[in-house]
Design a protein around this ligand. Structure first.
Ligand SMILES: NC(=O)C1=CN([C@@H]2O[C@H](COP(=O)(O)OP(=O)(O)OC[C@H]3O[C@@H](n4cnc5c(N)ncnc54)[C@H](O)[C@@H]3O)[C@@H](O)[C@H]2O)C=CC1
Ligand SMILES: O=C(O)CCC(=O)C(=O)O
Length: 380
């Protein structure tokens, strides 16, 4: 049997190695409600950490930890890219969203969020809905993204889907010299909160779609919609989506789907979608560049949701959110321009812009302290 002195140093070294530049990881365990969650705070240079909370049936704690570390880092870049006064964080709840949810579980989660004393704000992500956080909000003010009837900005997937649409237009402008999407074809992976709304926008623009989802009901609903609008919506099975003969691939489900295998199958001219962490590893951006596939960095494309929830703290205003979401179009064009000028990947160009912003702020607003009342904080 191993003794504590043998195991402890190895374990902690491993965990700190995994954290890399992350500031803090919080493991939340509440046997009474079954809550098992991990909150990761990546960087608070720009302000308190913010990021949605994902609920997923992870195969292991390790997998959940990997996910929350990657997602929280992405939030730091997302906030910097959208020029928000927030840093990056994220939460994951380990469990099946279909069977393991309860009001008590989300209240318990709210208590853990509250214990961070303003260092972390959260709301929805994959597997969670706004109503879950109404329960959490009973325990903490640090919820961003409440339903409208609770004084929040409402469904975040609405601005997220719009942001993806503006991004697709920026990509079309770059590739074809026009934003017109009539008769363009898109392959969409995931028809959930964001993917379905985006698909509706694309149909309204006169586009045709290949779609896949693990839930057949959502596909049927979209096929019906497409036939009603006289557009083509072709369902494809699982991995066949990578080979669909579309102009652009639009990932709106899980991360890590762009890898060595899938890149070989893609025939599209661009990848632009809502999913977080689309590239399994960042160096794949170079493989895409060499293959002539324009990659729109995910954390810029999908920033509509975070734009809305952070704006909510000034009190909700749909017009202001729309204006800020439209700015995604220009942010992407700037990234594409810089990448072309410097002959670097779009990921490198986007990261450079964000890192410059964070670095520039370090001297003025170093390390957020919750004792300072933040200027946008209207609920405390
Ligand atoms: N909701 C939001 O405002 C934002 C969402 N995102 C990201 O966008 C993605 C989608 O988010 P939501 O639409 O909110 O989530 P959701 O949970 O509502 O929808 C995800 C959809 O993907 C499907 N799906 C899951 N695994 C799949 C697979 N292997 N193949 C095909 N379909 C699969 C699910 O059945 C579901 O319909 C996630 O990666 C999320 O992190 C990013 C920014 C904001
Ligand atoms: O939509 C939200 O509530 C937070 C945004 C977020 O976590 C994300 O953009 O991934």
């Amino acid at each position: 049997m191993k003794t504590m002195t043998q195991t402890t140093p190895a374990l902690s070294a491993d965990l700190f190695e995994k954290m890399q530049e992350h500031e803090q990881i919080v493991f939340c365990n509440d046997p009474a409600t079954g809550l098992k969650a991990i909150i990761a705070i990546h960087n608070t240079t720009l302000g308190p950490a913010i990021g949605g909370t994902r609920m997923r049936n992870y195969d292991s704690t390790e997998e959940a930890l990997e996910d929350v570390l990657r997602l929280s880092k992405g939030m730091t870049y997302k906030c910097a890219a959208a020029d928000l006064d927030f840093g990056g964080g994220k939460g994951v709840i380990i469990g099946d969203p279909a069977t393991d949810k309860s009001p008590e579980l989300f209240r318990a989660y709210g208590q853990f969020v509250e214990s961070l004393n303003g260092r972390f704000y959260t709301g929805t992500d994959m597997g969670t809905v706004l109503e879950d956080f109404v329960h959490s909000h009973r325990e903490t003010n640090c919820i961003a993204g409440l339903p409208e009837e609770y004084g929040g900005g409402g469904e975040t997937s609405i601005p997220t889907a719009l942001g993806v649409l503006y991004s697709i237009k920026a990509v079309a402008k770059t590739l074809y010299g026009t934003e017109n999407l009539l008769e363009k074809t898109f392959s969409i992976q995931g028809l959930g909160k964001v993917g379905f709304k985006l698909a509706e926008h694309l149909l309204e623009e006169g586009a045709n779609l290949y779609v896949t989802d693990i839930n057949p009901d959502t596909i049927d609903a979209l096929v019906q919609k497409g036939s009603f609008m006289g557009r083509s919506v072709i369902p494809v099975d699982g991995d066949a989506i990578y080979q669909a003969p579309a102009d652009m691939f639009v990932p709106c489900a899980i991360g890590g789907i762009i890898n060595e295998q899938t890149i070989q199958q893609l025939t599209v001219k661009a990848i632009v979608g809502a999913a977080n962490n689309q590239l399994l590893t960042e160096d794949l951006a170079l493989v895409l560049k060499e293959k002539g596939i324009l990659y729109a960095p995910d954390y810029i494309v999908n920033s509509g949701g975070i734009i809305q929830v952070t704006d909510e703290l000034y009190s909700p205003n749909k017009e202001r959110v729309l204006k800020k979401t439209k700015a995604i179009y220009h942010s992407l064009l700037e990234v594409f321009e810089q990448a072309a000028q410097q002959n670097i990947t779009t990921v490198e160009a986007a990261n450079e812009i964000c890192e410059r912003r964070i670095e520039g702020r370090k001297n003025r607003n170093s390390f957020f302290s919750p004792r300072k009342r933040a200027k946008w904080d209207v609920r405390h």
